[in-house]
Design a protein around this ligand. Structure first.
Ligand code: PRX
Length: 628
């Protein structure tokens, strides 16, 4: 039997959703359910059909409706919430800013006008390569306002990773910063961008540079402008343009099982409905809440639950620029105390990090303002869950363990905090209106197997940017959406997520494809072949373990190990730096030459190796075992 914890009575009494019937109602009439959800938003023109499945699995939601997510995040709140803080921002250097809804409106309008002035039109892409500064959500909302498509690239990505994304999205304009603060150091974003543009700059006409860190940058004449210059003569009156509900809102790149990242495409209408409703119900947002999601906006969690979900609910959103432990591990807890944060959403890796420190920093601060906690990005082990519930939440705050993906756009499996009992380590059940199932290899229902979503939902991805074929191939078996995650379903119908079943690693909540890591390793002149697998890690969830075959004549050495680790960090991002590098003379392969990653994974995890009949050379397995 599992541990079951009921939500606090006082919480339940005031919760946005208290009635368990909601599941039943949504399941019996899902389209009515989503239609009602959509009515919470402003539409310039009503929709005809809630769902059009005629080209399934290219689903269309709220057909012929006209909407603009920027209007729903800003304009709809003017009047009643004009002076309410929309963004509360704290810089890593201690600087602070507050933007009210009317100030946010002004900033977004000016930026929208700036983009137009630089030639950005409806449907054009704009890449945002920035850190956690208010100008990032401002730029996203400005793109949305005029129907441009943003593609945010995480500020921790290398010039090479940035170049790949720019080449694929073909933006007309890139907005960046001189530098971003990270642990007291300056990450030279503009310099990285210049390097990327040397390889992939074809489409880019203008670059806007926000001055944040004050580091020196080179400005290219006729192409580069500072944020200040670019906005100098811009107007604060730019209307949100009515857009078809299927108009693209953003492309966000995520790792898959090949070396090339996938451009996940989300649209205005359905995405807005999905993130709006889930933000309200899962985080139980109330007028007076101070809501803090610690995710970087460079990832989907930041898109959906720092920017679009909470702002479309008119919430006050806290944003912090820097690292959780800078200048000390007190930082987050100080922030919670200082701003009176009420709803806090973070990742298991951070929870485990603080738990390992013995919880001292959290104990030294008054966290009594908190009333709800959330977790996302990877499975949370029961021990970390309980620590979070007790040490941070003082046993009074429900914990929502939210399962979802870049592709799903919105939370898909969770508990509703005012309705469901919590089981530490278990995500809960599908959100109302969502149908999930666990299946075996022949797609039959099973208690343990692969997690699939059997019916469409409004915030689902619409396609992969310019790659419909990969969209179909990667995600669908018939009309069923395949998540790539393994799961177990218990007798009560609750879902326990077991982690990825494909060649994707989850390192500190970041998704990394093994193929991407391998291709970075092989790009080093000393490397002939490489295979990457995950190993369980106490804080990061998974660590990156690389097995490397060197080119003839190259000698293994400790220096080379360090060089390869640094090489991957440079090629992709410091988050992708391998934890371990082992040299082997060959990799276990099938007779047709495919690396048997399954075997290597099993060795790393100390599990049964299973069938080896297709293996070409059994001694390669022995070698991997000895090396690792
Ligand atoms: O493996 C699952 C894991 O994160 C993957 C999605 O990664 P990404 O698209 O980067 O989005 C992360 C934030 C939504 C999933 O396939 N994952 C996410 N949330 C959970 C989770 N695993 C277990 N429990 C969760 N709550």
């Amino acid at each position: 039997m599992w541990l079951k914890i009921l939500p606090d009575r006082e919480f339940v009494e005031n919760a946005n959703v208290r009635d368990a019937d909601v599941y039943e109602r949504a399941a019996s009439k899902p389209l009515e359910f989503w239609s009602e959800a959509a009515e919470r938003l402003h539409w310039f023109r009503g929709w005809k059909e809630v769902l059009d499945s005629s080209r399934a699995p290219f689903y269309r939601w709220f057909t012929e409706g006209e909407i603009n997510i920027s209007y729903n995040c800003i304009d709809r709140h003017l009047g009643e919430r004009s002076s309410k803080p929309a963004l509360l921002w704290e810089g890593e250097d201690g600087s602070r800013r507050v933007l009210s809804y009317s100030e946010l409106h002004r900033e977004v309008c000016i930026t929208a006008d700036m983009l137009r002035g630089l030639g950005v039109e409806r449907g054009d892409r704009v890449v945002l390569y920035m850190g956690m500064v208010p100008e990032l959500p401002v730029s996203m909302l400005a793109c949305a306002r005029i129907g441009a498509v943003h593609s945010v690239v995480f500020g921790g990505f290398s010039p090479r990773a940035l170049a790949d994304r720019i080449q694929d999205a073909e933006p007309k304009v890139v907005v960046t910063q001189d530098g971003a603060f990270r642990r007291g150091k300056v990450v030279p974003l503009k310099q990285n961008l210049d390097e990327a543009l040397e390889h992939a700059g074809g489409s880019v006409e203008r670059v806007v540079v926000l001055e944040r860190a004050g580091n020196e940058v080179e400005m290219k004449e006729h192409r580069d402008l500072t944020w200040r210059e670019a906005r100098r003569h811009c107007t604060a009156k730019v209307e949100a343009v009515p857009l078809d509900s299927e108009h693209p809102l953003f492309i966000l790149y995520t790792s898959g099982t090949t070396g090339k990242p996938k451009g996940v495409l989300h649209v205005h209408g359905g995405y807005n409905v999905g993130v709006h409703l889930t933000a309200s119900w899962v985080f139980d947002l109330k007028e007076e809440d101070v809501y803090w999601c610690t995710a970087d906006i460079g990832w989907i969690t930041g898109h959906s639950y720092v920017v679009y979900g909470p702002l479309s609910n008119g919430a006050s959103v806290l944003m912090y620029e820097g690292a959780p432990d800078y200048p000390s591990p007190e930082r987050w807890w100080e922030i919670i105390e200082r701003y009176g944060v009420t709803v806090f959403y973070t990742a298991p890796t951070a929870i485990r990090f603080f738990m390992k420190l013995g919880g001292e920093p959290a104990k030294r601060h008054n966290l009594s303002s908190l009333r709800l906690l959330g977790s996302v990005g990877e499975p949370i082990n029961p021990k970390a869950w309980l620590w979070y519930y007790e040490a941070v939440g003082g046993r009074r705050c429900p914990v929502v363990d939210t399962w979802w993906q870049t592709e799903t756009g919105m939370v898909m499996i969770t508990t509703l905090p005012g309705v469901d009992a919590m089981k530490p380590g278990c995500a809960g059940r599908p959100f109302p209106g969502v149908k999930a199932m666990v299946v075996d290899e022949s797609m039959k229902p099973a208690t343990r197997g692969e997690l699939v979503i059997t019916t469409p939902w409004p915030a689902m991805l619409r396609t992969l940017w310019r790659n419909e074929e990969r969209y179909l191939k990667t995600y669908f078996r018939g009309e069923v959406y395949v998540t790539g995650d393994g799961a177990r379903v218990d007798e009560e119908g609750d879902f326990w997520i077991l982690g990825r079943v494909d060649d994707v690693l989850n390192v500190s909540g970041h998704r990394l494809g093994t193929a991407e890591l391998e291709s970075a390793l092989v790009s080093h002149p000393s490397v002939a072949e490489a295979a990457v697998v995950g190993r369980e890690h106490e804080v990061k969830g998974q660590a990156i373990v690389a097995f490397v075959v060197l080119r003839d004549g190259i000698k293994p050495s400790e220096e080379l190990i360090q060089e390869l680790r640094a090489h991957v960090a440079r090629e992709i991002s410091p988050i992708a730096r391998p934890d371990e590098v082992y040299f082997v003379s060959r990799l276990p392969k099938t007779r047709s030459g495919k690396i048997m990653r399954r075997v290597m994974r099993a060795i790393e995890q100390g599990a049964e190796i299973g069938d080896l009949s297709t293996l070409e050379d059994v001694s390669a397995v022995e070698e991997v075992r000895r090396a690792g």
